[in-house]
Design a binder for this molecule. Structure first.
Ligand SMILES: CC(C)(COP(=O)(O)OP(=O)(O)OC[C@H]1O[C@@H](n2cnc3c(N)ncnc32)[C@H](O)[C@@H]1OP(=O)(O)O)[C@@H](O)C(=O)NCCC(=O)NCCS
Length: 165
């Protein structure tokens, strides 16, 4: 099945993005971080006001990954300093392992080529082992570790990974 990217623009689309993000984050991250931290991070990064601010004031672009016009996941990117920051990359549980992330990655490479961006970089939780393996398979290399204080006593322990285009 062919995957497409559908740019998120309207208030209605942002509301359904926030809903999808909350569903995926609560399902997936519960084995890695506490429910309190998931709630906190969703409110801070993926709520309707947070998403609206990122898209309006911070150059973030969000896309649904769609199969036959139905969302199967979403991604968020921000072009900066000659590279593409892949800020969010999430596929719903029932749609994982079907090659959709690989298709989405090809589309991100196309975006980079069209905009003269030389690399894609991202951060990933150091305990998110299977996702790190996917990124390595797709050509990303770990360039450093990072601990980001996100407030309320919560810290994100991440690897920074980068793939040259
Ligand atoms: C990470 C994620 C987006 C990948 O999506 P997916 O649909 O499972 O990935 P795909 O089926 O497209 O597989 C992508 C590639 O990784 C490979 N792969 C999949 N699981 C793997 C694993 N555990 N180890 C090594 N390679 C793996 C696949 O073979 C495929 O490679 P190829 O197309 O080059 O042959 C998805 O699993 C997800 O949403 N995970 C939970 C949330 C998450 O961690 N998001 C990222 C936060 S930084």
């Amino acid at each position: 099945m062919q995957l497409s990217l559908m740019k998120i623009d309207t208030e209605k689309e942002i509301a359904s993005l926030a809903h999808l993000a909350s569903e995926i984050w609560h399902e997936y991250f519960i084995t890695i971080i506490s429910n309190e931290q998931i709630d906190y991070m969703i409110e801070k990064f993926q709520s309707v006001p947070a998403l609206t601010d990122q898209m309006t004031n911070q150059d973030y672009e969000y896309y649904f990954m769609t199969i036959q016009d139905n969302p199967v996941g979403y991604l968020g990117v921000k072009p900066e300093e000659g590279k593409l920051f892949l800020s969010k990359f999430y596929i719903q549980q029932e749609h994982r392992g079907k090659g959709y992330a690989s298709q989405a990655m090809e589309l991100l490479v196309d975006i980079c080529r069209n905009r003269n961006l030389a690399a894609i970089w991202l951060t990933v939780n150091r305990h998110n082992t299977s996702t790190i393996a996917v990124y390595e398979k797709k050509g990303f290399k770990t360039v450093r570790t990072q601990a980001a204080d996100i407030g309320n006593g919560f810290v994100m322990d991440d690897y920074v990974m980068e793939k040259e285009i």
